[in-house]
Design a protein around this ligand. Structure first.
Ligand code: SF4
Ligand code: SF4
Length: 279
């Protein structure tokens, strides 16, 4: 029952995310534009979080659109204090392949963590994304899954079509199929290619190190090594080592699926490290 409640809450959150950020609604952008006294028609590009992130290190951050800069600052402050909640609770572009992957048989899904060091690749990609603009390289738009999702939604709701470029078609295939519904958990694109998620997680890990943010911890005394959390994690962030679950915090999006599924209540969300004797 708890699991159903968590799933239900998450789905409501993603619907809210869609209404807040994506046209034709884009309520979040409209609210900021209203406060600024501007009358532009907002789209997902008004909000774009990737381009400001791309310019954090090369001094062009504050030359970005006002809505995008304000949104990015809010996103990063929330991530620092509370974790990557945008990913785990609001981003419909991440949620769509995750939920549709549930109807694909597990035998057809790739478990990338068996072959690749996920955390290192995620961090390496973010480093490349942040450093590339210093040598004139820009990656933000060429593989934007937010934009592909936006086009998809515009087509469904408004009948609006665009000619897909080669890179958008490739992005759609990678986001939705290869690293989406055919990846364990459905969030391979989030894991490997999303700088918005990777930067939030980096700030979150720093906040944890300084004792500022709460994080998910396994009580090794209570864990019975059943592996239910491993199977449920959409980010492939939980693994069993010596019959005890371990969470890779840099990949965790705080979706709560593992906590809801754990039969022995071994997963805690705390600021202080859990001790083995803790109840
Ligand atoms: S570790 Fe738990 S909370 Fe974190 S992404 Fe995986 S299932 Fe969600
Ligand atoms: S679901 Fe709970 S008991 Fe089972 S492996 Fe995960 S943390 Fe351990």
């Amino acid at each position: 029952m708890n699991y159903i409640n968590n799933d239900f809450k998450r789905i409501i959150g993603y619907i809210w995310g869609f209404i807040l950020f994506f046209a034709p609604f884009a309520l979040f952008q409209k609210a900021i534009l209203f406060v600024l006294g501007q009358h532009d028609t907002p789209t997902i590009h008004t909000l774009c979080l990737r381009i400001p992130i791309e310019h954090i290190l090369n001094g062009k951050f504050f030359y970005m659109g006002t809505v995008a800069v304000i949104s990015t600052i809010i996103l990063l402050i929330v991530a620092f204090f509370f974790g990557p909640l945008f990913c785990g609770k609001l981003c419909p572009a991440g949620a769509l392949p995750e939920y549709l992957s549930k109807i694909v048989p597990n035998s057809l899904k790739i478990e990338w963590s068996k072959y690749l060091p996920m955390t290192a690749l995620r961090a390496g990609f973010l480093a490349g994304f942040l450093l590339a603009p210093m040598w004139g390289g820009y990656l933000a738009c060429s593989y934007c899954n937010f934009y592909v999702f936006d086009l998809f939604i515009n087509y469904i709701f408004c009948g609006y079509t665009v000619a897909f470029s080669g890179s958008l078609i490739l992005t759609g295939i990678l986001w939705f199929f290869v690293f989406g519904i055919f990846t364990k958990g459905g969030r391979g694109f989030c894991n490997f290619f999303c700088p918005v998620g990777a930067l939030q997680s980096l700030l979150y890990v720093i906040a944890i190190k300084f004792g500022i943010a709460k994080w998910l911890q396994i009580n090794s005394t209570k864990c019975i090594g059943c592996g239910l959390c491993v199977a449920k994690c959409p980010m492939d962030a939980v693994h069993l080592t010596d019959k005890t679950a371990r969470i890779a915090i840099y990949q965790c999006i705080l979706c709560g699926e593992c906590m809801q599924k754990c039969p022995s209540k071994a997963i805690n969300y705390k600021r202080k490290a859990v001790t083995a004797n803790e109840k």
